[in-house]
Design a protein around this ligand. Structure first.
Ligand SMILES: Cc1cc2nc3c(=O)[nH]c(=O)nc-3n(C[C@H](O)[C@H](O)[C@H](O)COP(=O)(O)OP(=O)(O)OC[C@H]3O[C@@H](n4cnc5c(N)ncnc54)[C@H](O)[C@@H]3O)c2cc1C
Length: 370
């Protein structure tokens, strides 16, 4: 009996679980290892912060998805792969043998990029830790003493979180006077998106009273003050790190071929370029034709990954895949309003938020067992 081990309950693996339920392969022992029984859907996280959704509406139940697919679920995080023995080692010491390994464990937030941040700031990942941190912040900030939150990272996630926090904090009198500051090494927020959208985001940030500090790098945080290049010192009771996707250390340390940032190099069949019995998809994978690290591309990798895992299990030839160049980006702005970009095209409006809301709810509904 062949053993397939799925590491991480990310976007692509959620699809794989659904495909396994439908294909129902025989003579295969399948295990999913992930540190939490639920997968928080990051696309809806800003909506939860803004107060539009309860947290339960933004999560997928990995344990139930696995059970429905006939897959054993182990609630653990992996920290090493013994590639010679074909064995994954988990943080609790548990060892799991496999014949085929598929990795969709997502990125990490590297707190070491800013001295002091690892001790005093809150990273956006792991998302479960961020959720607990935000709940604690809300309680602390309700003391009526004012102050400010600094968010480091002016990409789509940082911008959405800044708008969402502004919206949420305005709801209650004791938190209404908390300032939000967004720090970005780029001159404008939403780098890579159309110019008209970047300008629109700048204007909205100013209108909502979010301080934008473009073209600056955060260089130190001591729990009270965030120091930026150029000499700016931002008082910050809290600091959130959203600096973009970083790779965990264990894939490279285990001996997998990785790119210079530590992401697992894969070929067109999603197999590791060094170890063909290892597959990788989502943000953890590095393709020859790089795409932005985003949930949209992780979701798109689901069907070809599922197809090739099933083929690999039955000894059939694998099929090459190449991700589309463009993806639709939807960026919420706190209240029920959003910005959208598709290549050079841009839109915004309340209807864009309703569009995003529909896509997000459909994603959750599609993968939630009834
Ligand atoms: C606030 C925010 C909003 C975002 N909004 C959007 C959006 O609207 N659209 C978009 O396209 N992208 C969005 N992104 C980016 C998106 O979150 C990522 O690109 C996406 O999550 C990557 O998916 P993934 O499947 O690679 O990994 P993930 O979704 O991160 O899933 C990884 C899984 O692996 C598990 N795991 C982690 N480490 C281990 C381990 N060592 N062992 C076992 N399991 C492990 C995790 O618990 C998790 O279940 C957003 C990001 C943030 C932070």
């Amino acid at each position: 009996m062949k053993r397939l081990l799925l590491l991480g309950g990310g976007h692509a693996h959620v699809y794989v679980l659904d495909a396994l339920r439908k294909a129902h392969p025989t003579d295969v022992d399948i295990t999913l290892v992930s540190p939490h029984v639920r997968q928080v859907y990051s696309g809806m996280l800003p909506g939860w912060i803004a107060g539009h959704y309860p947290l339960e509406a933004c999560v997928l139940p990995l344990d139930r998805l696995a059970a429905r697919a006939g897959v054993r679920f182990i609630q653990q995080a992996a920290h090493h792969i013994d590639l010679d023995a074909k064995r994954v080692e988990c943080c609790n010491g548990e060892k799991i043998d496999f014949d085929i390994l598929s990795i969709d464990t997502g990125p990490v937030t590297d707190g070491r990029i800013i001295p002091g941040a690892a001790e005093h700031a809150l990273p956006i990942r792991p998302i479960e830790r961020f959720i607990r941190g935000w709940e604690t912040w809300l309680a602390d900030l309700s003391d009526g003493n004012g102050g400010s939150i600094a968010i480091v990272g002016g990409g789509a996630a940082g911008v959405e979180l800044a708008f969402a926090m502004r919206h949420r904090l305005e709801r209650d009198a004791p938190t209404r006077n908390i300032e939000i500051h967004l720090v970005s090494s780029r001159e404008e927020p939403l780098a890579g998106m159309p110019l008209i959208l970047r300008k629109r985001a700048m204007r909205l940030l100013a209108e909502r009273g979010v301080g934008f500090h473009g073209g600056r790098r955060a260089i130190h945080y001591d729990g009270h003050t965030l120091c930026l290049t150029g000499g700016t010192r931002l008082p910050a009771r809290q600091c959130l790190l959203v600096p973009g996707a970083a790779a965990p250390v264990w894939p490279k340390a285990s001996g997998l071929d990785t790119d210079t940032s530590g992401f697992i190099r894969v070929g067109p069949t999603l197999q590791s370029t060094s170890h063909p019995f290892v597959f990788a998809a989502g943000d953890i994978a590095a393709h020859a034709h790089p795409r932005p690290k985003s949930g949209v591309f992780a979701v798109r990798a689901g069907p070809p990954l599922a197809e090739n895992l099933l083929r690999a299990l039955s000894g059939e030839p694998l099929q090459p895949w190449k991700a589309q160049r463009r993806a639709l980006y939807l960026v919420s702005t706190g209240e029920r309003h959003a910005l959208a970009a598709w290549g050079p095209l841009a839109w915004w409006g309340d209807w864009v938020w309703r569009w995003k809301d529909r896509i997000d709810r459909q994603f959750i509904a599609r993968f939630t067992p009834r």
